[in-house]
Design a protein around this ligand. Structure first.
Ligand code: DON
Length: 302
């Protein structure tokens, strides 16, 4: 595995810096673009890493998988009345489907869906962001994980699109808590900083039938873990989900901080990070590295 990582790292390095760092959240634009790291964690607890794998970055939409997990644990199947399970085929921050579809977002990974899931968690936890931070610390085994409040504040200051979605859903009766307070918790979750190593470990329960070997907890049951993987496979990369299934063939979740996590069911959890994004808002070098990795090893769920 170490030889494979060295080869992938060297082959992809020329792509690092191509694309564009996310700048619609001004504080995110301050990241240094030429960073690249890979971490792979096996169901036997082996860790493989290369490059900037221990550098914390803004996890952004990757946090939506953690919020979904917390909501699924509590609400079970009843939550699917408020959010769908279909790919949207549209950018993550698109509003157009919401009105046609009566305020029910297509899936929990587009922003509208993640906001509904955050609203569910707001109804359940006295302090939803602290519940989330505690959860990711536990499943990553890193008690130092924190949220960058400068990024969270910057997102709140530029919240118009997300606020518009949340208020539209409220007008359809699909939002129960005060919008501004849900937005603040959602942004604090997106602003959590974790490294590739932290994320590969934290996501391992999805490769391991819902069981986290770090905290020794059954986080989700086997069936639910499979459902989260299915949602990642169909919607985890937004309007690039089809291409990602075609080229990589694994459930994955991206964030505009440049991270992508991918799951090899029953075997490995992977995190790759490089901050520059392609036109669909996914890390250009990370998508290319995952393509190369799965081609070389023949990993695919299809
Ligand atoms: O709400 C937003 O726009 C960001 N906090 C998260 C967007 C994101 O990471 C989309 N993923 N590629």
């Amino acid at each position: 595995m170490d030889t494979l990582l060295t080869k992938i790292y060297a082959d992809i390095l020329p792509l690092v810096g191509q694309g564009k760092v996310a700048d619609y959240i001004p504080a995110l634009a301050e990241v240094s673009p030429n960073q690249f790291g890979i971490a792979i964690y096996s169901n036997q607890g082996e860790l493989f890493q290369i490059g900037d794998a221990q550098v914390p970055f803004s996890i952004q939409s990757i946090s939506k998988v953690f919020s979904l997990t917390l909501a699924m644990k509590h609400y079970g199947d009843s939550m699917w009345q408020r959010v769908g399970r279909e790919p949207s085929g549209l950018p993550f921050n698109s509003l157009v489907q919401l009105e046609y579809e009566n305020g029910i977002p297509r899936n929990p990974f587009i922003n509208a869906g993640a906001l509904v899931v955050s609203d569910m968690n707001q109804s359940r936890f006295a302090s939803p962001h602290y519940a989330m931070r505690e959860f990711v610390r536990r499943v990553s085994g890193n008690s130092g994980v924190y949220s960058d409040q400068k990024v969270a504040r910057s997102e709140y200051e530029h919240r118009s699109r997300n606020a518009a979605m949340a208020y539209l859903m409220q007008s359809y009766g699909n939002f129960n808590n005060e919008v501004e307070s849900v937005l603040k918790n959602y942004f604090s979750n997106c602003a959590i900083r974790m490294s590739c190593v932290d994320l590969a470990k934290a996501f391992n329960f999805l490769a391991n039938k819902g069981f986290c070997q770090i905290s020794k907890e059954q986080i989700l049951d086997t069936h639910q873990a499979r459902q989260v993987n299915a949602l990642m496979a169909t919607s985890g990369l937004y309007d690039e989900a089809g291409n990602f299934a075609f080229q990589v063939g694994l459930p994955g979740k991206s964030g505009v901080g440049g991270g992508i996590v991918a799951i090899v069911p029953n075997r490995f959890s992977i995190c790759i990070w490089s901050p520059c994004l392609n036109k669909m808002g996914n890390s250009l070098a990370s998508v290319a590295a995952l393509e190369l990795m799965t081609q070389q090893i023949g990993w695919s769920v299809y």
